[in-house]
Design a protein around this ligand. Structure first.
Ligand code: COA
Length: 505
């Protein structure tokens, strides 16, 4: 099959060009909306061409940087190459690429860390500025000019609606049989004219399988042939397995107590190794007929679908290891019936998360004894990846879990601290904290009661006495003791780590 065969709207054939030609159509300073979500469906060849173009412009003494808006993270061959060429001025809303992270943390890139469900609507409200160019990966263009999306949707429909010019990448390496898996619902009506979004079950479909674009805006079509990022997971280690076990036991107990239906409620699982291990725990747990209503579908959820433990999974992207992706392609007819890919603003919509009663599980960097959560900043100042959808899900969920090993960096860092060095999720949002030491159920507890449970259940033994000592002294010295703190000491653990390389005092 040639790329022309995948562009069934034949009058678009004349727009086929090289990536270098397409990149030269993007002016310095442009706001560029790209496809891309957690290593899936990002443009595969344009970013390198943009990086080359930027280098040539810089060598000629001309400035060249663009602002890059995506759904979430991309890959080294997208964020990485553009960051390396110093081709990016502003980046939003999420990044996990190492080189882009360096550019963000050394101040060369302005990173806007947003709740993912906010991005499309804030762009439509005009809060983020005008969009000049959209670059969107698709697998094919239909006879009537509709776009068959690839492995992720993210904010693509919004970018296609907003951009002055559209560049499409047709990825020949992506299976054409994904057609029909997507459910695109146009939700771009502005307040006060919005109406309810009619999804009442995780597997409801309310849109069409295609992205729409005004074909007059398409200025270039570029062929690519490359897989998504290989999202390799390490085998769950003992700590992750222990965390998973606590969660599975807790959920079983909630069912016994009649607080959860026997088939549970739809599950959201965050990014990272621990989150994937929790899904592996559900595979062997006593649950059947599960539903996924999540942002990104990782290997663990594919395993649940294959094993028949999960009935349907709804997400905005499929982000798999190369091994799991092969299984996905080999059994695509099976998975197409069981996976629904939606726009990011629908997968993460607070209205739907609240209505469906999602069980949210997200990893974190650190928690404090009162339940405030830091998901994004190392030692309070360096950006890791971003808040992603963790806030969308945690605040609006039926139940939420925040998980982490109790220590990091060979036990030199305690992930349970007196006060978090940055707050992403406040104590008001946090319900359950889990480490390999135990599970702290904070529902219905006041701050002093929470501190007791968090220290007892979640802290690593090396730090438990140190935390208890801080808390006891705060209780006896603070003026107001609703939430006891010693303000001059609250962040001293982080300071001590920066000075000595360890939080142990
Ligand atoms: N202080 C400093 N560094 C810490 C730390 C802490 N308290 N806790 C963890 N780290 C480091 C680890 O040492 C590791 O470093 P390395 O990359 O140099 O090995 C890194 O952070 C990742 O930690 P890891 O334990 O492997 O966790 P993970 O892969 O599960 O990722 C987050 C954890 C928090 C970074 C990740 O889940 C994230 O970005 N979350 C925010 C977005 C989100 O929740 N999205 C989901 C919504 S769908």
């Amino acid at each position: 099959m040639s790329v022309q065969d995948r562009i069934r709207y034949t009058s678009l054939h004349s727009h086929l060009m090289s990536a270098a030609q397409a990149a030269s159509l993007i002016p310095n300073g442009a706001n560029v909306g790209m496809s891309g979500f957690t290593g899936a469906s990002y443009p595969k060849v344009l970013p390198q061409a943009i990086a080359d173009f930027a280098r040539a412009e810089h060598a000629a003494g001309r400035p060249y940087k663009i602002n890059v808006w995506t759904g979430a993270s991309t890959a080294p061959e997208c964020d990485g190459v553009m960051a390396e060429a110093h081709a990016v001025s502003q980046r939003l809303p999420f990044n996990s690429d190492r080189i882009m992270r360096q550019e963000i943390n050394n101040g060369d890139v302005n990173f806007i860390d947003m709740h993912l469900s906010h991005v499309a609507q804030q762009a439509e409200f005009g809060f983020l500025g005008h969009m000049n160019v959209a670059i969107v990966e698709v697998v094919a263009i239909t006879e009537d000019g509709m776009l068959i999306p690839s492995t992720g949707i993210g904010n693509n429909q919004t970018w296609l609606n907003m951009a002055d010019k559209v560049i499409l990448e047709v990825n020949m390496g992506m299976p054409i049989q994904v057609e029909g898996m997507h459910d695109i619902y146009q939700n771009n009506v502005l307040p006060p004219h919005r109406s309810p979004i009619n999804i009442n079950r995780a597997d409801d479909r309310i849109g069409t399988p295609y992205l729409k674009v005004d074909l007059n805006k398409v200025v270039a079509i570029v062929e690519s042939n490359a897989p998504d990022r290989d999202n390799v997971f390490s085998e769950p280690d003992e700590k992750s397995k222990q965390i998973a076990e606590y969660i599975v036991d807790f959920l079983s107990q909630e069912i016994k107590m009649g607080r959860l239906p026997k088939e549970m409620l739809p599950i959201q699982s965050g990014v990272g190794n621990v989150a994937n291990a929790v899904l592996a725990g559900l595979l062997t747990g006593p649950f059947e007929n599960l539903y996924g209503y999540t942002e990104v579908l990782q290997d663990g959820m594919l395993d649940l679908l294959r094993a028949g433990k999960m009935t349907t999974a709804s997400a905005t992207a499929i982000s798999l290891s190369a091994k799991a992706f092969k299984d996905f392609v080999d059994n695509i007819d099976f998975y197409r019936k069981r996976i629904i890919l939606r726009s990011l603003e629908i997968s993460n919509h607070p209205e739907l998360i609240r209505r469906l009663g999602i069980i949210a599980m997200n990893s974190m960097i650190e928690a404090d004894i009162y339940g405030n959560i830091n998901s994004t900043h190392v030692m309070g100042t360096s950006m890791m990846n971003g808040i992603g959808g963790s806030g969308d899900f945690a605040r609006n969920s039926f139940l939420n879990f925040f998980v982490t090993p109790s220590t990091a960096k060979d036990d030199k860092i305690s992930c349970i601290v007196p006060m978090v060095s940055h707050v992403d999720h406040t104590e008001h949002d946090t319900q359950i904290i889990v480490t390999e030491q135990g599970l702290a159920d904070l529902r219905g507890l006041a701050p002093r009661q929470r501190a007791k449970v968090v220290i007892e259940k979640c802290a690593h033994p090396d730090y438990r006495d140190q935390l208890q000592d801080y808390y006891d002294r705060a209780l006896h010295t603070a003026k107001g003791i609703h939430t006891p703190h010693i303000l001059t000491e609250a962040l001293s653990w982080h300071e001590h780590f920066l000075k000595t390389g360890s939080m142990k005092m």
